[in-house]
Design a protein around this ligand. Structure first.
Ligand code: ZN
Length: 181
């Protein structure tokens, strides 16, 4: 996406004219579906881009910034509130950087995703079948189930319940969002 890269570069150059702190501290935009339910928190640049390309409308801009605080999609998207992808980053976060077999904490780069019921046995890539696992345990477990490998799980994997507070972790909720969440 060369145009986007060059657009970012231009924005950076124009930072002082555009009244934005985006490049000092990235901001986030609350995305609403067409029925005005919050569905996702996205990078403000992406939020701006969605409005610029006509896929969404700005509901509210940040009072001290150029980027939108809240946007609403033009097309109706049926989506459960704040559902999140079962990917490596999210699984590691749900399992608090802890290997679910040996119970030791690792840095994110040292952890992999393990299929509890192996893929080769029909185990799917779902929140309830994926856990964070260190490389050593992953090798040890191989293509076995926890019972076969005699490696019991620390806890049963569940679908995490996300809230905006958890999602933002230690960041503050912008006051511009309060009417919409
Ligand atoms: Zn381990």
């Amino acid at each position: 996406m060369l145009w986007r890269k060059s657009f970012r570069w231009t924005l950076k150059r124009l930072n002082c004219f555009l009244k934005t702190n985006y490049y000092v501290e990235p901001r986030y935009t609350l995305k609403l579906d067409a029925s005005w339910s919050p569905i996702e928190i996205i990078d403000s640049f992406k939020g701006f881009n969605m409005c610029y390309t006509g896929r969404a409308n700005v509901v509210l801009n940040y009072s001290d910034d150029f980027f939108p605080a809240v946007i609403v999609l033009k097309n109706y998207v049926r989506c459960s509130f704040m559902s999140y992808a079962c990917n490596r980053k999210n699984v590691i976060w749900r399992d608090k950087n802890t290997c679910q077999y040996c119970k030791i904490r690792f840095s994110s780069s040292e952890l992999t995703m393990d299929h509890v019921v192996p893929k080769s046995r029909g185990g799917e890539k779902a929140w309830t079948n994926i856990v964070a696992c260190c490389k050593q345990c992953n090798n040890r477990k191989g293509d076995k189930t926890p019972e076969e490998a005699r490696m019991p799980l620390v806890k049963i994997p569940r679908v995490p319940h996300w809230t905006i507070h958890i999602l933002l972790r230690d960041k503050e909720i912008p006051e511009e969002w309060l009417d919409f969440i």
